[in-house]
Design a protein around this ligand. Structure first.
Ligand SMILES: [Zn+2]
Length: 249
C-alpha cells in the first residue's frame, strides 16, 4: 500500500471519528449555553426575591411607625377633652395637626412602596416562568447529550481504534501534516486534483478551487510516496488513477 492509499485509509476513518465527535461536542455546547442562561436567570430571580423581601420589610417598618404616630394622636384626642385652658387646648391641637401631617406622609410613602412591591412581585413571577421554561430546555439538552454520547460511544471507540491502527503505520512527519490539514479543514483532510485543461496544464484543488502549480501534478504522477498539499487550503492532494495513468503516458 502506497502512502496515498495509507493516507486515504486514515482519512476515511478519521473523518468519521471527527463527525461523531462533532455531534457530541455540538450537544455539549448547546447544553453549556442552556446552563449559562439558567444560571443567569437564577441570579436574576435571587436578586428580585431579595429586593422583594427588603421592600416588604421596609414597608412593615413604615406601617409600624405610622401606627405609633396614630396611637399618639389618639392619645392626644383624649387629652384634648381634659384640657382646662384654651392655651393648653391649642397646644395639644397644634401637636395633633403636626402628627396628622406625619401620618399622611407615611401613608403616601406606604402607597408608593406597595406599588413598588407589586411591580417587583410581577418581576419575580415573570423571572420564575422564564426559569421554568429554561429548565425544560436545559433538561432536554442534558438528555440529548446523554443519548447522543451513548449512541455514539461504542461506535466511536471502535473507529478510534481503527484510526489509531491506520495512523500507526504512517511516519510522524506525515501524521503531523495530516492532523494539521484535518484541523484546518474540519476533518476534510484530503482533496482530489481536478483537471481543468490538460493542454494548458490547468489543474485545481477540487475542494477549494485554487489553481495548483504544475509541479504538484508532476510529484503526484511520478511517485505515490510524496506528500503534496494544496497551496490554498492545505489539504493533502491525491490524483485519480485514470488521470494519473493518462498523465504518465
Ligand atoms: Zn485546496
Amino acid at each position: 500500500m502506497g502512502l496515498t492509499e495509507q493516507l486515504q485509509a486514515l482519512y476515511q476513518v478519521d473523518s468519521q471519528v471527527r463527525g461523531l465527535r462533532t455531534r457530541v461536542e455540538n450537544s455539549q455546547r448547546y447544553l453549556d449555553v442552556q446552563n449559562r442562561h439558567l444560571g443567569e436567570l437564577s441570579t436574576q430571580l435571587e436578586e428580585a426575591e431579595l429586593r422583594l423581601r427588603q421592600s416588604e420589610a421596609s414597608l412593615g417598618n413604615l406601617e409600624n411607625e405610622r401606627d405609633s404616630v396614630q396611637a399618639r394622636i389618639d392619645k392626644l384626642r383624649d387629652e384634648l377633652n381634659a384640657c382646662t385652658t384654651s392655651k393648653q387646648y391649642s397646644a395639644v391641637q397644634d401637636e395633633m395637626k403636626l402628627l396628622k401631617e406625619k401620618v399622611d406622609e407615611y401613608d403616601e410613602q406606604a402607597l408608593e412602596s406597595m406599588e413598588q412591591i407589586e411591580s417587583i412581585r410581577e418581576l419575580v413571577a415573570a423571572t420564575k416562568l422564564k426559569r421554568e421554561e429554561r429548565e425544560t430546555l436545559q433538561k432536554k439538552a442534558a438528555d440529548d447529550l446523554e443519548e447522543r454520547t451513548r449512541d455514539v460511544g461504542e461506535r466511536l471507540s471502535e473507529l478510534e481504534r481503527e484510526r489509531d491502527g491506520a495512523a500507526a503505520i504512517l511516519p510522524d512527519r506525515v501524521l503531523e501534516v495530516f492532523n494539521h490539514a484535518a484541523n484546518l479543514n474540519d476533518g476534510e483532510t484530503m482533496a482530489e486534483v481536478l483537471e481543468v485543461n490538460r493542454k494548458h496544464r490547468e489543474y485545481v484543488c477540487a475542494a477549494c478551487n485554487v489553481e495548483l502549480p504544475f509541479n504538484t501534478l508532476v510529484v503526484l504522477t511520478n511517485s505515490g510516496d510524496e506528500l503534496v498539499q494544496c497551496v490554498g487550503c492545505q489539504r493533502i492532494m491525491y490524483i485519480a488513477e485514470d488521470l494519473k495513468a493518462a498523465l504518465s503516458k
